[in-house]
Design a binder for this molecule. Structure first.
Ligand SMILES: *Cc1c(COP(=O)(O)O)cnc(C)c1O
Length: 379
């Protein structure tokens, strides 16, 4: 869809999330360069980390498959014309799901005994449909989902007897901590020991393992999520600065009001920010009901356009509490700023991790939390 001209949006609230589909394609290519022999599940759970499934599919149509959680999300991808593999990352939630998953031709993670029973029942029902492929999940230390190493082989043999094609899978707890390599190695070692001699592909790596452990961990199927969206698995932008990933979302809005404060004045709820000197404040149409973190403290960066536009903008600092629909930013040294001046909350000019960090969270959470009321544009 071509980018609509600004004027078409003139009458509506100016906040929007611009989704850069070319950034998806670029980031997917970066994954392929880092792990050239691996097939790639593009992880698009949570509505493609808040970016929208349609845009994600458009930008990453060359992925080997899409991994997500909900059958409803799988259905959207099928409606959009995706014919390749889809993986349900938490597998089936009920016996009925088996048939829906089969209709939608989804592959399933299996992490629990109930799921094994349901799949055995399906296999015995012996319909003419092809059986889903199984990604059998081993719990190698994350202690969230998966079979313990000591029960893994038995489950493998049950599914194998029921005629399922099985890929071995595990998930790292600490691949995003650059100082915890031994822990990653231990999980990988345990996984390889327990799957030794069993046939089937292997799937281990998330974004962090692809970025920081790709030389030691081979995965037939990798499962990148956050790096496809151009944010850091560690929550620190410095950790991905050199990787040339591009942000796939720019959350943008405009100034809708200007206030001149005298020395001693305060701004916003609770009068959290009080000034000793006269300052000029811009009010931006973006608040926590749009998904901006309410915990952002004074000093959180906000990118404000320069006289020529966003490309010659600079970082200004938040002053005062985030409210439901507005934030306030000090623009004292940017005299050109007026109502209508563009602002970027995060994206192309300001990495989402640099906003998440002062707010005590990670880019993942901010991206996923962009509210439905924020319109999306695509290019
Ligand atoms: C979400 C998820 C991923 C992707 O993780 P990122 O840190 O976003 O790369 C990979 N594997 C599984 C099982 C997941 O749930």
């Amino acid at each position: 869809m071509p980018l609509k001209h600004e004027s078409e949006y003139f009458l509506s609230r100016p906040i929007y999330a611009h989704i850069h589909t070319d950034a998806f394609a670029h980031n997917l290519e970066r994954v392929r360069q880092l792990v050239p022999g691996s097939k790639v599940w593009a992880v698009v759970k949570a509505n493609a980390y808040g970016h929208g499934l349609e845009a994600a599919l458009k930008g990453m149509a060359s992925a080997d498959g899409f991994a997500l959680l909900d059958l409803a999300e799988a259905e959207i991808l099928r409606q959009q014309g995706w014919k390749g593999p889809i993986l349900l990352l938490e597998g089936l939630f009920s016996q009925e799901d088996v048939f829906l998953a089969q209709d939608l031709q989804c592959d399933c993670v299996v992490h629990d005994h109930n799921q094994v029973d349901w799949l055995e029942n399906l296999s015995e029902a012996n319909t003419s449909h092809t059986l889903p492929k199984v990604f059998l999940k081993m719990n190698t230390g994350m202690n969230r989902l998966g079979f313990k190493p000591e029960e893994y082989r038995e489950v493998y043999h049950r599914l194998h007897s029921a005629k399922y094609q099985i890929t071995h899978m595990t998930h790292f707890a600490n691949a995003d901590y650059l100082d915890r390599t031994p822990n990653v190695d231990q999980q990988a070692e345990l996984f390889h020991q327990c799957t030794e001699g069993l046939s089937g592909d292997k799937s281990l790596s998330n974004s962090a393992a692809i970025l920081w452990h790709h030389h030691v961990i081979y995965s037939d199927w990798v499962r990148p999520g956050i790096m496809l969206y151009g944010a850091s698995p560690s929550g620190r932008y410095e950790d991905i600065q050199a990787t040339q990933l591009q942000p796939a979302m720019s959350l943008r809005s405009e100034v809708i009001g200007i206030q001149h404060l005298n020395a001693g004045d305060s701004v916003g709820y609770g009068s959290r920010y009080r000034t000793d000197v006269p300052i000029r404040i811009a009010v931006v149409a973006c608040g926590y009901a749009d998904g901006y973190p309410r915990h952002a403290p004074d000093g959180t960066p906000i990118w404000v356009a320069g006289p020529k536009g966003l490309e010659d903008g600079k970082i200004c600092l938040m002053t005062g509490q985030v409210s439901m629909d507005m934030i306030t930013v000090d623009v004292t040294d940017m005299p050109h700023v007026q109502v209508g001046t563009p602002v970027e909350l995060w994206g192309q000019y300001l990495p989402v991790d640099q906003v998440a960090q002062p707010a005590g969270t990670i880019g993942y959470e901010l991206l996923c939390a962009v509210a439905p009321r924020v319109k999306k544009r695509q290019s």
